[in-house]
Structure formats: C-alpha cells, structure tokens
Design a protein around this ligand. Sequence first.
Ligand code: SAH
Length: 244
Amino acid sequence: MLGNVRIVLVGTSHPGNIGAAARAMMNMGLSDLSLVQPEAFPHPKATARASGAVGILENATCHDSLADAISGCTRVYGTSARHRSLAWPEVSARECGIEIAGEWRDEPCAIVFGRERTGLTNAELDLCHVMLHIPCNPAFSSLNIAAAVQVIAYELRMADVENKRDLAAVDDQFREDLATRDDMDQFHTHLTSVITQTGFYDPNNPKQLSRRLYRFFNRAAPDKTEINIMRGILKSVEKTIKNK
Ligand code: SAH
C-alpha cells in the first residue's frame, strides 16, 4: 500500500526541505516523490539533508503544474496548516492513514504539500478531494514541511501495519490447529495443579485467580502447539518439585 502513495511538494523554496522530506519518506517506506516548480532542484543542500535517501531524489519527477503531478491519482489529499474559510471536507493525519490503508489501499493516492511561506492556494486545494490537517497547537499550527511529511508518513506506516495485523487476525479464524475447549480445560487443570503444588495458589482462598488465568489464556487464543509447550513447561516444573 505504501507503494501507491505519492508525495507531492508544491513550490518548495528551500532545497534542504526537499531532502529532509525524502529522508522522512524513506524512513517510513515511501518512495514516490513529485515536485511542482521547486525553486532550486537538484541542489547540494537537498542531497545533504536527504542523508541516505538520495535514491528518492534521483527518481523524483518535476512538473510544471499540480494537475500534471497528480494526473494518474484517484484520491488526492491537500495538506493545510490552517482551516480555510470555505470548509473543505477534512481529515486528520490519522484518519488519512486509516482511509488509505483501508478503502483506498489499491488506488494511486497523492498527498500534496504547500509552499513554506504561503501553503497551497485555494485553486490548488480545488484539485484535492479532501483537506488533510495535522491537529496541533491551534496557536502555533504550522509545522516545517518536512516535519509534516514525517508525521503523515508515520501515520501511513502505522495504519498499514495495523491493517496487516487485522488481515492476519482474519486468517487466524481459519487456522485448523487452534486449541479446543478440551485442550484449554486440561491445560487449566494442569496449571491449577502445579501452582497449588508450588504454593502460589491456595484452593481454599482462590479469590479471582482462576478466572483471571482463564481470561488471560482465552484472550491469547493459543493453538495446539502453543498449549503443548505450556504443558511441557508445567511438566518440567512438576519434575523439579518431585526431585526436591
Ligand atoms: N503559512 C502557511 C504555512 C505553510 S507550512 C499556511 O498557512 O498555509 C508548509 C506546508 O507544510 C503546508 O502547506 C502543509 O503542506 C504542511 N503543513 C504544515 N503544518 C501543517 C499541519 N498542521 N497540517 C497539515 N499540513 C501542514
């Protein structure tokens, strides 16, 4: 999904910011950078600030207009440090990550950043489907452009990770070797026996321990192999107790 996201910087005046943005992108696994009329590019300051991310600068494309830079994209986010008088539909950086990792995951998306001094024009925002605002201190809401790229790239990465975890969780439902209720009960009986022998658990004063342990292992949803490992650990504890 990260490969479908293009970062577009419009009219950047400081080449160092372009390099820092490229670095932020590579740190988070993004690689597609487009520049619209940068004031100075390529530039040694951009290369220096990119650190090891020079490959992104070398592959960056330059465009005369924003329309050209986003022509193939089906979902375009325009970033803004301030709310505009005419309200655009607006998402936060987190919501943007969740959307792109979810419903827009297979679509070519672009996130557009404005000029250091003046941001994006309203005409440029007209080309964007949604406005993206990073919620911050309302009295000081303008981030350095590379810092803004960093925050959004991080949210994209985290949303991608979460999404993969969710997909894995769905797969889990189809695992055939999950521990059965029986396996769990036998394990629980075994565990209770061992912690009684060690003195950790007093059957005459059980409090909530048993229920808590049940809840804990149910939440883990172990498979048969994992339960066998737990049983093996319990056996080794029993052996140690007997040999004492
Ligand atoms: N004075 C300008 C500030 C531009 S900051 C203005 O009011 O628009 C340069 C760029 O960094 C912005 O165009 C935007 O792309 C990004 N940026 C800075 N702060 C941001 C924030 N809080 N949310 C989203 N993008 C932000």
